[in-house]
Ligand binder design. Structure first.
Ligand code: NG6
Ligand code: CA
Length: 508
């Protein structure tokens, strides 16, 4: 008689415990289980914080970027490591502060590879976690290990630092060689017309921007007066390779198609695609169908073109049925510039547009607009739409994505901010050293400290304030987003605090 109630109680307990454990299993926090979505980093070149609708641009329309951003998590404190291309890309791919690597500065097209083949990289880490890895677009991290022969396999390059597949331009659109390189081989090269490249002197009889203005369809303003390819004067001298040379107006379509083909080919495995668009870097050469679409001249038109490309990329993810299983990170390598060396109406037609957003400076600058860039993450069904003020840097993606995919890899400068990137936390970095042409400054909380630097205050060519001053500069972005009030003198303690942290990180 007395046994019955006990067994009923025991039964209930067992049932409750069982139900409880089921519930627990379902609610297991995300970070305990690694996930392997496809990952795409969409990386623009010189796109400013204020160039996109999702950061408030009204003069320039970016509907596809805006749609993705509105369904993703927009970072209002997202940074490139640097105010120029090569160092930012170095930090993105290696997770290491670029000022630790003396060669991480704007490279000529003939520079050797600056990432060590033994070094950890974002694609290498993902490869180790079972990903197929590809890059399409701008490289600009050097190729080869000395003098490159463009007529044989160009190596080491992206394929030797973690990419299974690469389809790239070597440096920038304004630098020779003006050819596409697929897995180390120049595409479409006629062996009877070999490529020669020289950054010091011209090849006899070849036209240059300096001597042959009659050959130009785009005039140079500063620099950019060496070899003429497609009527555009470039940086560096090039001879031969005529059949392999790109047509600038087709570049967006060519890179897009390569990116789409890569996605289609790899859709069954988890893949990582680094889609490094060339827009809106100079020379700005929208395809004919985009010319005049924005009223802002070629600079606006190529941003509109890039926006279209992103829409098309998303369509492929949708039609292949993998959009929900793909995490996208969208950002830019550095801030905006209007006149970057060609007469292309960027200044004249800019009107009321503010590529730099609310910030001071631009490309090349230690002021905010140099490094404070458009940034969002997107992962349908996993990342809740919204915005985040967490302080994040592209350099953090390596360690953060390692955590996502269950990799043990950790690189010291690259912080694990996965929770912030997924919108599960608002906690970003405490501080970040930003860089502009080898000069560095510190952001900590809402504060920015810029040490004294000699040199011009405003670059006379590009007309951008570089951040140089004889004095320490201290700004509070919370009250003064445009960095107009130097608080260094009135806040000596804050200044001291930031200098101490800055020197500790820099190892000084
Ligand atoms: C500068 C170029 C500029 C651009 C930049 C690299 C001159 C005068 N200016 O040296 O046009 O190519 O390098 O830009 O040559 S970046 O976005 O790749 O860093
Ligand atoms: Ca750039």
């Amino acid at each position: 008689n007395s046994i019955k109630p006990i067994s009923l109680f025991t039964l209930c307990t067992i049932v409750l415990l069982f139900l409880g454990s089921c519930k627990e299993e379902k609610q297991a926090p995300k970070e305990q289980t690694s996930q392997k979505p496809n990952i795409i980093v969409i990386y623009l070149d010189d796109l400013g914080y204020g160039d996109v609708g999702f950061n408030g641009s009204t003069e320039l329309q970016t509907p596809n970027m805006d749609k993705l951003a509105s369904e993703g998590l927009v970072f209002t404190n997202g940074y490139a490591s640097s105010a120029t291309c090569t160092p930012s890309r170095y930090a993105l791919l290696t997770g290491v502060y670029p000022w630790r690597e003396k060669n991480a500065k704007i490279l000529p097209g003939t520079a050797p590879l600056i990432i060590g083949t033994e070094q950890m990289t974002l694609p290498k880490m993902l490869k180790g976690a079972g990903y197929h890895t590809g890059i399409v677009g701008k490289w600009h991290l050097g190729l080869g290990s000395g003098q490159v022969d463009w007529n044989t396999t160009v190596s080491p390059g992206p394929n030797e630092v973690g990419f299974d597949h690469s389809y790239i331009m070597a440096a920038t659109q304004d630098r020779v060689p003006t050819v596409y390189i697929e897995n180390g081989t120049v595409e479409g090269l006629d062996p009877n017309d070999p490529i020669e490249i020289n950054y010091a002197e011209n090849f006899e009889g070849e036209p240059t921007g300096l001597d042959n203005p009659e050959e130009l369809k785009m005039r140079w303003h500063h620099g950019h007066n060496n070899s003429v390819v497609n009527g555009i004067p470039r940086i560096g001298f090039m001879k031969g390779g005529k059949k392999a040379q790109w047509r600038d107006e087709d570049m967006a379509d060519v890179f897009l198609k390569e990116a789409q083909d890569y996605i289609k080919a790899q859709k069954d495995a988890p893949f990582f695609l680094y889609y490094a668009l060339q827009q809106p870097h100079v020379p700005r050469t929208p395809h004919e169908r985009f010319v005049g679409k924005t009223g802002l001249g070629p600079r606006g038109d190529v941003i509109f073109e890039a926006d279209w490309c992103i829409g098309e990329l998303v369509k492929i993810l949708e039609s292949e049925g993998i959009l929900e299983n793909t995490m996208i990170v969208f950002t830019s390598d550095n801030g905006p510039v209007l006149n970057d060396g060609y007469y292309d109406d960027a200044v004249e037609k800019n009107g009321n547009h503010t590529p730099w957003g609310p910030f001071r400076g631009g490309k090349y600058s230690l002021f905010e607009a140099g490094t404070h860039v458009p940034f969002f993450t997107y992962w349908k069904g996993t990342i809740e739409p919204g915005s985040s003020s967490a302080l994040v840097c592209q350099m953090d993606l390596l360690t953060s994505l390692a955590t996502l995919v269950g990799s043990e890899v950790k690189v010291e400068d690259s912080e694990d901010l996965l929770s912030a990137f997924l919108g599960e936390s608002t906690q970003g970095r405490e501080e970040l050293v930003i860089e502009a042409s080898t000069r560095t400054a510190l952001r900590k909380g809402d504060w920015v400290m810029i040490p004294p630097y000699g040199g011009q205050k405003v670059s006379p060519n590009v007309q951008i304030e570089l951040g140089n001053s004889d004095e320490f500069q201290l700004y509070n972005l919370k009250d003064d987003i445009g960095e107009t009030q130097n608080l260094a003198e009135s806040n000596p303690e804050k200044l001291e605090e930031l200098i101490t942290i800055f020197e500790r990180i820099r190892g000084e």
